[in-house]
Design a protein around this ligand. Structure first.
Ligand SMILES: *[C@@H]1O[C@H](CO)[C@@H](O)[C@H](O)[C@H]1NC(C)=O
Ligand SMILES: *[C@@H]1O[C@H](CO)[C@@H](O)[C@H](O)[C@H]1NC(C)=O
Ligand SMILES: *[C@@H]1O[C@H](CO)[C@@H](O)[C@H](O)[C@H]1NC(C)=O
Ligand SMILES: *[C@@H]1O[C@H](CO)[C@@H](O)[C@H](O)[C@H]1NC(C)=O
Ligand SMILES: *[C@@H]1O[C@H](CO)[C@@H](O)[C@H](O)[C@H]1NC(C)=O
Ligand SMILES: *[C@@H]1O[C@H](CO)[C@@H](O)[C@H](O)[C@H]1NC(C)=O
Ligand SMILES: *[C@@H]1O[C@H](CO)[C@@H](O)[C@H](O)[C@H]1NC(C)=O
Ligand SMILES: *[C@@H]1O[C@H](CO)[C@@H](O)[C@H](O)[C@H]1NC(C)=O
Ligand SMILES: *[C@@H]1O[C@H](CO)[C@@H](O)[C@H](O)[C@H]1NC(C)=O
Ligand SMILES: *[C@@H]1O[C@H](CO)[C@@H](O)[C@H](O)[C@H]1NC(C)=O
Ligand SMILES: [Zn+2]
Length: 758
């Protein structure tokens, strides 16, 4: 399951995160368009002690709720949460049938009372949480070193404070160089022009440089032209790190855009605009021809590429291949030389993983039919897209305009500068940033409560596994072991790196010099992350790394590590709150925890065994039953539609979204059962002003409230094409349609779930 839905061209990041399954596209698009090899490649963390499991007879069906009047919670926390539920709910909720339209029931007033900022293409409860985290980081970034925070006593050596201060200053230097708009404006297009000139004189005009030389050079500058080599765990031997070969960067996010006249016209205009600004005094007619040639080449490359479903399907992309055989797929480009240019000098290139087996031979024919001028222009365009975000707004305007158009924003919209500069720090000094965030926003109590919720849900999941008639005994046993082996990462990395240890962070970033120049810093970050990522070939897979920073409002399951991770940023209000009745944190955060756990058993995760190795471990009959159940989800979700900018309905892609939809359904179901156990032991109080609801109903209102949100129409279309997650309202509607618990709680006429797997 591959993901990342952001505004910038994302092919690079998509491929680097391999099979990662995320919770959703909830965070504002990163505004800095730069190579982000290290951001997101890091993963891993806490081997937490599990609290004792709650006990019970899980082999039977749902326990019957004891009817206990436990009263109404009147604390400030409860009053404030209740107010937010009422503020989101349809004003005319008594006229809306929750059984058929729980999204409107829960969110109509939220929709009516929230609007997009100019720089936003989507909004939601999760993006508001993200804004809160970002604002906290801003206040840290714009204040002096916080002397009032405490360093964990284990690491508080004599010079820990000093190192901590130096870490802070490195982060501030990166932030300030980004905030210095005057300096950025005064250098204008120059820094990128220097790179383009170096490319022209060293490679385009140099007749001894071949295509492989050019591609290597582009990749050193963080771009990927036509093809890309990257470092990744080997799915079949996840303790070993290996090299994957994939597609290069295409300027439009989805195949569909390459046959959309409007999108192509906008794209061509962006290329022309950027070339005009960067190459100056050149003939406009010839630039227009060049732009058209680039688009023609990209369309051919796009047609040759796997579609979004295939790109996330391990059965499609996992093709271990001897390097000589890989080289033979595309004789015009030497993969061996490409890899040797980056790998540690003593690395022996043997097998590589060919992610795109059909693409490479097709590229060979495309290249035969394309002039070298067009290929060179395309490669220059890759460099431009990679670095445009570090230029002044004025120079970058045509490229930003294109991103805005694709997302349905005002063509001139731009985020406030501090948001861009927060993104800079988040992407490039992620663990220093996380350290300072966590000290302000995450307590040991929060971590303990989060662990308990996750453990409860894992226990439920294992108990449910035992009950499935359709699963073979052997598969069932391995599946249970897979849950037992699951690694839970909660809050922030505490091993690789240990963000509580200032010296660990100091050492990690010691090779990185941060200066006053925003552009030079980008080059330094790129060198740093390239070296770091390729040096991974020298050691076993580092499973203690994380793929997300602490302030991130998201979560993930990483199949080859058999791990689920929850950054501190998502364990916050209104999803997670120690002071509220438990149905809130179980219905909201718990459903997210269950979602990630269920990914281990969706159409993608189920290919990985109890040790995270890609392997067939399902017998035929169980697999057939699994596929039959999955097909139900494909059919169910394909019926939902969104509205395009032209006012036409566009169907959800049930195939592309099947893994996420299964995860949403299974996650909510496990969270509900886990919460019921807790509620039976100690009945939850109701909420003030919401006394008409039972605790069960409040559980589902807490769940639905997570997904109040909406996208601009063009953005909604973009996500249908490229995002494995269903649109927010569909995540409410489709998921509750699959819950017996929901239908009983709201006394719906039909109690049978539409589709059910876990
Ligand atoms: C309830 O209000 C919404 C606007 O928030 C409106 O679109 C809808 O038609 C109303 N439903 C009923 C049943 O009155
Ligand atoms: C430290 O001081 C700042 C500025 O006064 C304040 O915003 C922050 O909440 C304080 N942090 C802690 C952990 O006390
Ligand atoms: C301090 O670090 C130690 C060792 O890593 C860890 O066990 C402890 O939980 C940390 N304390 C806090 C408050 O995070
Ligand atoms: C031309 O390219 C070749 C191969 O990459 C390289 O060895 C040589 O240094 C280049 N010449 C110039 C003048 O850049
Ligand atoms: C192309 O740009 C125009 C004008 O900015 C915009 O209205 C249109 O929606 C864009 N088309 C696409 C497919 O992005
Ligand atoms: C992707 O391609 C495969 C094979 O051609 C096809 O079966 C599948 O339906 C396609 N999926 C999407 C989302 O287009
Ligand atoms: C690579 O292969 C050479 C020759 O077979 C061998 O001497 C060397 O140790 C190998 N290097 C690594 C890192 O395995
Ligand atoms: C070669 O490229 C031209 C346009 O540049 C295109 O019309 C034609 O279909 C291509 N032929 C092949 C075999 O790809
Ligand atoms: C960082 O700066 C120091 C001191 O100026 C220098 O010695 C070192 O080589 C620089 N490191 C990098 C990676 O540029
Ligand atoms: C699943 O199996 C049932 C019973 O064998 C069958 O009726 C149903 O059509 C199948 N569904 C799909 C989507 O294949
Ligand atoms: Zn997911």
């Amino acid at each position: 399951m591959v993901y990342y839905s952001s505004s910038s061209p994302t092919s690079t990041q998509k491929l680097l995160v391999g099979s990662l399954a995320l919770l959703g596209s909830v965070v504002a698009s990163p505004a800095v368009n730069q190579p982000q090899l290290s951001n997101g490649v890091d993963k891993r963390g806490s081997h937490s002690l599990k609290p004792p499991p709650i006990t019970g007879d899980w082999s039977t069906t749902l326990p019957v709720r004891r009817q206990v009047d436990s009263g109404v919670c009147e604390t400030e926390a409860c009053k404030s949460f209740a107010k937010s539920v009422i503020a989101g709910r349809a004003a005319n909720y008594t006229k809306v049938d929750p059984c058929t339209d729980f999204a409107t029931y829960t969110c109509a007033n939220w929709w009516d009372t929230h609007d997009f900022r100019a720089d936003q293409s989507s909004i939601g409860v999760l993006s508001i949480m993200s804004d809160v985290n970002t604002a906290l980081m801003r206040s840290i970034l714009e204040s002096p070193y916080p002397t009032n925070t405490t360093i964990n006593s284990t690491y508080a050596t004599d010079d820990a404070r000093n190192l901590d201060k130096q870490n802070f200053e490195k982060m501030i230097a990166a932030y300030n160089s980004c905030m210095d708009v005057d300096a950025i404006n005064s250098v204008g297009a120059k820094p990128l022009q220097n790179i383009l000139n170096a490319f022209a004189s060293g490679f385009i005009k140099n007749k001894t440089a071949d295509l492989t030389d050019k591609i290597i050079w582009i990749q050193k500058y963080g771009g990927s032209g036509i093809v890309q080599a990257s470092v990744t765990p080997d799915d079949k031997n996840p303790d070993i790190t290996t090299v994957a070969l994939t597609t290069g960067l295409l300027g439009l996010d989805a195949k569909e855009y390459y046959s959309d006249k409007g999108a192509l016209a906008n794209y061509t205009a962006a290329i022309v605009g950027m070339f005009d600004r960067l190459y100056g005094e050149v003939n406009h007619e010839s630039i227009l021809k060049t732009a058209n040639d680039i688009v023609t080449l990209e369309k051919a490359l796009s047609d040759a590429s796997p579609n979004a479903s295939q790109a996330g399907d391990v059965e499609y992309y996992y093709n271990p291949t001897p390097i000589a055989a890989a080289d033979a797929l595309l004789p015009e480009i030497s993969f061996s030389r490409l890899i040797k240019a980056f790998a540690p000098s003593n690395y022996n290139v043997s097998d590589v993983i060919v992610y795109t087996p059909e693409y490479f031979p097709k590229v060979s024919s495309i290249l035969k039919n394309t002039t070298s001028e067009t290929i060179d222009a395309y490669l220059a365009w890759v460099l431009i897209q990679t670095w445009a975000g570090r230029l002044s707004d004025d120079v970058n305007a045509p490229y930003r305009r294109l991103q805005n158009e694709l997302q349905g924003k005002d063509p001139k919209a731009a985020p406030e500068r501090w948001r861009t500069c927060f993104a800079e720090v988040d992407a490039n000094l992620p663990w220093i940033e996380s350290a300072f965030f966590v000290r302000e926003a995450f307590s040991p109590e929060a971590k303990t409560y989060g662990e308990r919720i996750i453990t409860d849900i894992e226990d439920v999941f294992m108990a449910k596994l035992k009950t499935y008639q359709w699963m073979g005994a052997d598969v069932k046993e391995k599946a249970i072991r897979k849950v037992q082996n699951m690694v839970e990462k909660i809050g922030y990395p505490d091993i690789s790196p240990n963000i509580q240890d200032p010296k660990a962070l100091f050492d990690l970033y010691a090779p990185l010099n941060v200066t006053h120049s925003f552009f030079e810093n980008g080059l330094a970050f790129n060198d740093f992350s390239l070296k770091r990522s390729w040096s991974d070939l020298s050691h076993p897979t580092d499973k203690n790394r994380w793929f997300m920073t602490a302030p991130t409002v998201n979560a993930y399951f990483n199949p080859p590590s058999n791990e689920i991770a929850f950054p501190a940023g998502i364990m916050q209000q209104p999803l997670f709150n120690l002071d509220l009745p438990e149905y809130v944190s179980y219905g909201a955060f718990g459903a997210i925890a269950g979602h990630e756990l269920t990914h281990a058993f969706d159409s993608s995760g189920s290919h990985y065994d109890e040790n995270g190795a890609y392997r067939d471990w399902w017998d035929k009959a169980t697999l057939a039953a699994f596929e039959n159940k999955t097909q139900c989800f494909i059919d169910q979700f394909s019926k939902y539609t969104i509205t395009t900018p032209a006012g036409e309905p566009l169907h959800v892609n049930g195939d592309l979204t099947k893994g996420e939809n299964v995860a949403d359904t299974g996650g909510l179901s496990a969270a509900f059962t886990a919460w019921q156990k807790r509620n039976n032991a100690k009945p939850n109080q109701l909420l003030p002003g919401l006394e008409e609801y039972t605790a069960e109903q409040l559980f589902y209102l807490a769940f639905g409230g997570v997904w109040c949100g909406e996208s601009r129409r063009a953005e909604a279309v973009r996500r249908i094409y490229s995002d494995p997650h269903s649109p927010p309202s569909v995540r409410i509607l489709g998921t509750v349609a699959n819950q017996r618990g929901f239908k009983e709680a709201f006394k719906c006429p039909i109690k049978e779930p539409t589709c059910e797997l876990w």
